[in-house]
Design a protein around this ligand. Structure first.
Ligand code: ADP
Ligand code: ADP
Length: 228
């Protein structure tokens, strides 16, 4: 995993101060749950760390690099090292499960066997037997498993997830929490996840609560501590 640091990061929108001088240090390989009410700035924070959007002030340093100083090529390289998981899966409907998992690495030269890696990941998420199915044939939980496999195809040292269980019923959400936990143990990536799900937060190392664009609390969890 990589280290992620935000230093007095501010992001203003016309209507809102989405992030208001947020500072946060995330240790390599740790998992942080971002919690807090809707509009608190969680998605914006993920967006900025993902270099989809620049900060108005402050800096974001990932693995020793100031993200907003990167050249275009540097930014492309940077983004390719990040896995993203969204609430609404965002699978490509016309592609098979296998091709969805392969999609991020298809246009690129990679130093591993893409198909073997994709099948290995589908195995890990329990969907190897659905490799040739279209996403629409799968349940929501299965679609999120595909999205998680896709997020991991390029072996990212950083995984960003925006409400990964937000569209799932609680039993399915539970399966996804277990899956993320297992994958994290296997891959050791740093994880930043915006979530309202206390179960997901409870498997993280840390819970950072936000409100009105600010961090209002930052709590380290001991294993199996409940998050209320
Ligand atoms: P959260 O993920 O915690 O729900 P967001 O980061 O989505 O919070 O939003 C933080 C604030 O920024 C909210 O007031 C939201 O309306 C505003 N905001 C987020 N994205 C945009 C945008 N693209 N344009 C304008 N305002 C935005
Ligand atoms: P929605 O519930 O609106 O479909 P999703 O869970 O699909 O939202 O995730 C979209 C959110 O993720 C948006 O708030 C968007 O700002 C953010 N986002 C989109 N692309 C990226 C990215 N590459 N990196 C980080 N955040 C992103």
């Amino acid at each position: 995993g990589v280290e992620v640091s935000l230093r007095s990061v501010t992001r203003k929108y016309a209507s809102a101060m989405a992030l208001d001088e947020v500072s946060l240090d995330v240790e390599p390989g740790s998992a942080v749950a971002l919690m807090g009410p809707s509009g608190a700035g969680k998605s914006t924070l993920l967006h900025l760390v993902g270099a989809m959007d620049p900060p108005d002030a402050g800096e974001i340093v990932v693995d020793g690099e100031r993200v907003h100083d990167l050249s275009r090529r540097g930014l492309d390289r940077y983004r390719r090292r990040i896995g993203f998981v969204f609430q609404r899966f965002h699978l490509l409907p016309a592609l098979s499960v296998l091709d969805n998992v392969l999609a991020p690495v298809l246009p690129r030269r990679v130093d591993f066997d893409r198909r073997a890696r994709a099948m290995e990941l589908l195995e890990a998420v329990g969907l190897a037997d659905r490799a040739s199915a279209l996403p629409s044939r799968l349940s929501g939980g299965q679609q999120q498993r595909v999205a998680i496999a896709r997020a991991l195809i390029a072996r990212p040292p950083l995984l960003l997830a925006d409400e990964p269980t937000g569209n799932l019923d609680s039993a399915t959400g539970h399966e996804i929490v277990d899956l993320l936990l297992t994958l994290r143990e296997e891959h050791g990536m740093t994880m930043l996840m915006a979530t309202h799900n206390p179960e997901l937060a409870a498997v993280c190392d840390r819970v950072v609560r936000m409100k009105d664009g600010k961090v209002v609390s930052d709590e380290r969890l001991t294993p199996s501590q409940d998050v209320l």
